[in-house]
Design a protein. Sequence first.
Length: 106
Amino acid sequence: MRLHPQFAYEMLHPIKYLRQSLDIPYCHHEKWDGTGYPRRLIGEQIPFAARIFAVIDVWDAVTIDRPYRKGWTKTKALSYIKEQSGKHFDPKVVDVFLEIFGSEKS
């Protein structure tokens, strides 16, 4: 599981028109506090696009039904994302995400 960002990078790198976007698949599992992978980047070392995608990726992962569990409610997912601000996620990205998605009707 922890190797998939590296595998994605290696598979997509030969495709020239995707190179400008490689930060997303390669760095979306890095965490703001430096505990992520594959490179243990911390804070603003994590490319901005990957910081944005990390929040969206987790939102999608927890709110969509999976074969092994029911998706979380919007309220639970928003609470989790807020709780992970400054740990898993860039606090500024979380603030904007909550401003946009937290104000929408369920």
